[in-house]
Write a protein that binds this ligand. Structure first.
Ligand SMILES: [Mg+2]
Length: 253
């Protein structure tokens, strides 16, 4: 008697489970209402500075730089009622942003389907402080039994991920084409790539099936159409990647 192969699903978050592009547009709209045009431009300039320096988006660090540049946490500003209110409102807007409102339709059904097939782990790029909090507040922790891994660049931590969640085959579900290629190149195990064509990065590969993933879905909710057999024996196998992807560093989130 043979044991059936064990599957582990590595599921991305931004633009895979939640519409991060739409969330950012809404955050920008609310920031302009709170700070005005000029200070909102400052906020996004600092956000980009932090992203360039740290290699990941970090709202806590962006807020700290904003305080520093504007003197928002100086003693004089603390004594000023309007400045005090602004400091609280800005933190609420960014750190407590309602990401649960931006989950794609059918996300919980999709995750429940994957859990019926194997272990489901969220594997997300991001700031190690902010991103786990964002994932928890979006309500996603419980849907994956709390298995949440966050790294600045996920493809650099695959050995930890595979040691923690051993499997006969890994299925990466992801909106970023580059990440599928990098994980395929760096993962030392059988692999199936699923590109979900949601958001600005996936849009760049154009219409139709993407040749470098075994499956291309238009929406995360379509994952319920993939069963064990399909995932283990994809109809369109993908060739092994070139060595040029190995040790490549990731772009932005
Ligand atoms: Mg993503």
């Amino acid at each position: 008697m043979t044991t059936p192969p064990r599957l582990t699903f590595l599921v991305d978050v931004d633009n895979t489970l939640l519409d991060n592009d739409a969330a950012k547009v809404e955050l920008d709209r609310r920031l302009r209402g709170l700070l005005g045009e000029q200070e909102t431009e400052r906020f996004w300039r600092l956000y980009e500075e932090v992203r360039q320096e740290a290699g990941v988006v970090s709202y806590p660090l962006t807020l700290a730089r904003f305080h520093e540049e504007t003197g928002l946490d100086e003693p004089a500003a603390r004594d000023d009622a309007a400045q005090r209110e602004l400091r609280f409102a800005l933190a609420d807007l960014t750190v407590a942003f309602p990401y649960a409102d931006f989950l794609y339709p059918g996300v919980f059904e999709a995750l429940a389907h994957l859990r019926s097939l194997g272990r489901v782990v969220i594997l997300s790029d991001g700031d190690p402080a902010y991103q786990p909090s964002k994932i928890a507040r979006a309500g996603l922790d419980a849907a994956v039994d709390g298995f949440v891994l966050v790294y600045p660049h996920k493809e650099e931590h695959l050995r930890e991920a595979t040691a923690s969640f051993p499997a006969d085959r890994y299925v990466l579900i992801e909106d970023k084409p580059d990440n599928i290629a990098k994980v395929r190149a760096n993962l030392n195990a059988p692999f199936t790539g699923v590109l979900v064509r949601q958001g600005k990065y996936a849009a760049a590969v154009g219409a139709g099936s993407w040749a470098s993933a075994e499956f291309t879905l238009e929406r995360i909710s379509e994952i319920i159409g993939l069963d064990r057999e399909a995932l283990l024996s994809p109809a369109h196998p993908v060739a092994a990647p070139s060595a040029s992807w190995r040790h490549a560093s990731s772009g932005s989130t």
